[in-house]
Design a protein around this ligand. Sequence first.
Ligand code: SF4
Length: 336
Amino acid sequence: MAPSVATAITLRDYRPNMRELLGWFDENARPLPWRIEKVTPWESLLAEIILQQTRMETGLPYWERIRSAYPTPASLANDTEENLLRLWQGCGYYARARNLHKLATTLDGKELPSTYDALLELPGIGPYTAAAIASIAHGEPVACVDGNVRRVISRLRAEHLSDSELQREATAILNHQRPGDWNQAMMEIGSLVCTPRNPDCNRCPLQSTCLASKSQNPEQWPHRRSIKQTHIDATVLVVFGEDGILLEAREGRTLGGLWGLPYAEDAGEIRTLLRGRNAERIGDVRHDFTHKRLNITVYSSVAQEGDILHEPDSVPLATLDRKVLNIHKGHQGEQS
Ligand code: SF4
C-alpha cells in the first residue's frame, strides 16, 4: 500500500537548515534586554511568564519593574502576594502573579533548579516555561513549543499536528549544540517572519525546506484555535466619599488577590448591591477577557456610615476597575 502524504514526509524533507536558521537569528534577533545583558535564570523566568500572555511592548516595563523589585526568588517570598499584584496590575492574567508568588515561597530560599524535570515540578511552570529556562539559561537540549513554534512547524510540514506531534517534531529538529538559541530562533521566526496571517516566505531562512511555502496559501496551517467568548451583563457600584472609594478584596481565578469595586451579575445580586444606596446610573463600560466580555452598567452613590473607604492607588486594582473609576471621575468633573 502506498504511504499517505503525511507519513511520506520525512525529517529530511523539512528539517530547517541549522546554519541558515542560527545565522539568521544571530543577525536578526531583536535586541531584547536579556539578549544584550547577562540575566539570571530567575530573571529569564520572570520574562517568560510575563511575555507568554502579554505583548512584548506592554510586558517589557513590567519585567523591568518586577525584576528590580524582586531580584531573587527569596526576595519575592519575603514579600506579600498583594505587593506583587500591585506591580502586576494592568498586566492581566493575574493567576500568573499568584503562581509566581507561590513558586517563590515553595523554593523556600533556594535558587531555581536548573533542569527541565525539576523546573516542571514547580507551581505555575508548564512544559514550555521549563524548556525555555532549561535550554536558554542552562543549555539543556529540550525543545520549546509555544504558539509561534506550533505555527512554524505546522507550516514546515504543511500539516495540522496535535500537541504531542508538535512536541515530538520540535524535539526531532532541535539543535543540540545551541538549544537555547535554536528555541529562540524558532520563536523569533514565528514572531517576525512566519506571522499568522502574512508569512513573509521570501524573507524566511527556512523557505528552501518549507513545504507550506510551496503552496498558494501557507497561512492555512495550522488550524486556528477558536476562542468562544461569552457575553455577560454586570453592574458595578462606585461608593465614594472624602476618604476614598469602597473597595473589596476580590476572589476567584480571574481577579483573585486584587481589590475591586462592588460587582454583581445576576438580577438578585444586583438588587442587593443597589438596595438602600440611592444610586445613580453614570455610564457603561465594556471589558474583554479572553473567554468573556463584560458589559458593565456603572452606578455611583455617596458613602454611608460604616462604609470602609480606600484610596484606590493604595491597593492593586484590575484594569476593569480603573476603567470604571475613570467614568466616575468624568462624572464628578461634569457635576462640579
Ligand atoms: Fe513560514 Fe513561509 Fe518561512 Fe515556511 S517559508 S516557515 S510558511 S514564513
